[in-house]
Design a protein around this ligand. Structure first.
Ligand code: DC
Length: 208
């Protein structure tokens, strides 16, 4: 099984680099953030408070989540809504829930088995989910650049709102008790600020 793990904070370029690298290597690509976002989406739809750890944990085992170009949560197309401001606000609390993480990690391993590996991106992929990955990558970018990228994607939000949200999520994601965002000791660290996708994909391919 060939696993490439990509971790890093919001807006660091994980998805863009991950998709291109997967295409170059002929591997499948998995965005694990979309899985945590799907849980937050389901909770909001059902009126469950994202901070209600017990109810969120009870929701997860029976939840069908299919992550691809289209994201389906219990058969509902959540592709656009999981990127919206409500889910983005709710997702850190959901992702800090240990029972949610255990179940998502189980599903990520199952996905990799089913697809013969893949390029998998998230926050804990190289540190916790696939510590034996063939290649571990940790992407970063300056705070300004990360907020600029995300505010270009969300044209209805002001740069300041996006920047504040990213800073809040960085803090929650990197200080939570279970699987905080961290750099694996053996990860290749790349600052993507001002660099092209092709350059980075070339650099990573040369390490394989
Ligand atoms: O990459 P993203 O912004 O779509 O991730 C959404 C949230 O999910 C983010 O705040 C952190 C969390 N996450 C996580 O805790 N572990 C992962 N493997 C992926 C995402």
């Amino acid at each position: 099984m060939r696993i490439i793990a990509i971790d890093g904070p919001a807006g660091s370029g994980k998805s863009t680099v991950g998709r291109h690298l997967a295409a170059r290597l002929g591997l499948r690509y998995l965005d694990t953030g979309a899985m945590y976002r799907s849980v937050a989406f389901a909770a909001l739809r059902l009126g469950i408070d994202p901070d209600d750890a017990r109810r969120i944990a009870d929701l997860v085992p029976g939840l069908e989540i299919i992550v691809g170009d289209v994201v389906l949560v219990d058969g509902v197309d959540a592709t656009l809504e999981i990127r919206g401001p409500e889910v983005t606000r709710a997702v850190s609390a959901v992702a800090a829930n240990p029972e949610v993480r255990t179940e998502m990690v189980r599903r990520q391993k199952e996905w990799a088995q089913a697809h013969g590996g893949g390029v998998i991106e998230g926050r804990d992929i190289g540190t916790v989910v696939f510590p034996d990955a063939e290649l571990k990558v940790y992407l970063t970018a300056s705070e300004t650049e990360r907020a600029r990228r995300r505010s270009q994607e969300a044209t209805d939000l002001h740069y300041e709102t996006v920047a504040a949200d990213i800073a809040r999520r960085d803090l929650v994601d990197s200080t939570r008790a279970v699987s905080p965002l961290a750099t694996a000791d053996d990860a290749i660290v790349i600052d993507t600020t001002g660099r092209t996708v092709d350059e980075i994909v070339d650099e990573l391919s040369s390490k394989l």
